[in-house]
Ligand binder design. Structure first.
Ligand code: CP
Length: 308
C-alpha cells in the first residue's frame, strides 16, 4: 500500500484497507512509543509543525513521534513571533516551509485550510484540525483506541456533545461507517450533526440514530465518545451559555452500566466528564491521548516512505 507523499486531509478519502494498514503499523510502533525500543527510522528527516490554534496533545504527540523515531522537529512556534503577524499568507508560509522540511503538520482555525495548504506544498500536509472541518489523525488514534480497548467490527457507539462544530466527530463518523458501526448522535438540538454529514453516512450504509440524552443510550453502546462544547466556535457567546453544561457523565450515571462500556474523549475536557469517572474501568481517554504517539509515528513514517 502506498502512502508515500500523500497528504492526510480528510477521512472521506480513506478506505478500510488503508486505515487497517495504518493501525497495524501503529501496533508495531507501540514499543518504540513507550520508550522500550530505540529507532532511527526517521533519522535526518524534518517535520514542520505549524499551529495557528492552541494544542497540547496533537502538537506534542507529533513531536514525540518524530523524536522517538530519531527525526527532528521544526516548530513555527507562536504565530505572533512569526511573519504571519506581518500579514504573510498561509500559501506563502507553506511555500517557504516546504523547502525547510519533509512533511508539514498544520492546525488552522479555518475549515479547508489544510486542503488549501496541500495545493501549495510539494511535501505531505498532515491536517491537525481545520476549524470545524476535519481532524483525521485524531480519528486514526480514536480507531486504534477502540481496537485496543473495545472492538471495531460491529461497534455500537454514541457520539456526545458538540456534533455541529466538532471536527473530531465529523472525521470519526466517516471512518466508522466503513466498519458497519451503529452510530447514535447525542447533542443539544442547536449542536446537531450537520444534515449533509448524516446523509453521507446513510449513503455509505451506516445506521444513524439521534437522541437527546446520554441515559437513553448508555446501556446499548460499547463506547461513549464525549466531546467538549467548544466556546471558541460560537459566533454569539449567549448561544454558548444556552447549551453549556447540558451533557455530562457522572459516577451516578455509571452505577448500573456494563463493565465493558468504554468512555473516550479527544480532550481537552472542561466539565463534561466528572473527575471521579477517571478512576473507573470505563475511562480510557488518557490511554487514548497516549495512543496518538504510535499512530502518528506510523503516519509520518508511511508518508515519508520510511515504511510501506
Ligand atoms: N484532541 C486534540 O486535538 O487535542 P489538542 O487540541 O490538545 O491537540
Amino acid at each position: 500500500m502506498r502512502f508515500k507523499d500523500h497528504h492526510i486531509i480528510s477521512m472521506t478519502s480513506f478506505s478500510k484497507d488503508m486505515i487497517d494498514h495504518i493501525l497495524e503499523t501503529a501496533e508495531k510502533m507501540e514499543p518504540i512509543a513507550r520508550g522500550k525500543q530505540k529507532s532511527d527510522l526517521l533519522s535526518g528527516k524534518v517535520l514542520a509543525v505549524l499551529f495557528f490554534e492552541p494544542s497540547t496533545r496533537t502538537r506534542m504527540s507529533f513531536e514525540t513521534a518524530m523524536y522517538r523515531l530519531g527525526g527532528n522537529v521544526l516548530n513555527l512556534g507562536s504565530i505572533d513571533a512569526s511573519s504571519i503577524a506581518k500579514g504573510e499568507t498561509l500559501a506563502d508560509t507553506i511555500r517557504v516551509v516546504d523547502s525547510y522540511a519533509d512533511a508539514i503538520v498544520l492546525r488552522h482555525p479555518k475549515e479547508g485550510a489544510a486542503r488549501l495548504a496541500s495545493e501549495f506544498s510539494a511535501i505531505p500536509i498532515l491536517n491537525a484540525g481545520d476549524g470545524a472541518g476535519h481532524h483525521p489523525t485524531q480519528t486514526l488514534l480514536d480507531l486504534y483506541t477502540i481496537k485496543r480497548e473495545s472492538q471495531l467490527e460491529g461497534l455500537k457507539i454514541a457520539l456526545v456533545g458538540d456534533l455541529k462544530y466538532g471536527r473530531t466527530v465529523h472525521s470519526l463518523c466517516y471512518a466508522l461507517s466503513l466498519y458497519g458501526a451503529q452510530i447514535t448522535m447525542i447533542s443539544p438540538r442547536e449542536l446537531r450533526m450537520p444534515e449533509e454529514i448524516i446523509n453521507d453516512l446513510e449513503n455509505r450504509g451506516a445506521k444513524v440514530t439521534e437522541l437527546d440524552s446520554i441515559e437513553e443510550a448508555i446501556n446499548d453502546v460499547d463506547v461513549l465518545y464525549m466531546t467538549r462544547i467548544q466556546k471558541e466556535r460560537f459566533p454569539d457567546p449567549a448561544e454558548f451559555q444556552k447549551v453549556a453544561n447540558r451533557l455530562k457523565i457522572t459516577p451516578d450515571l455509571l452505577k448500573n452500566v456494563r463493565p465493558e462500556l468504554r468512555i473516550m474523549h479527544p480532550l481537552p475536557r472542561v466539565n463534561e466528564i466528572h473527575p471521579e469517572v477517571d478512576k473507573t474501568v470505563h475511562a480510557c481517554y488518557f490511554k487514548q491521548a497516549f495512543y496518538g504517539v504510535p499512530v502518528r509515528m506510523a503516519l509520518v513514517a508511511l508518508v515519508l516512505g520510511a515504511m510501506k
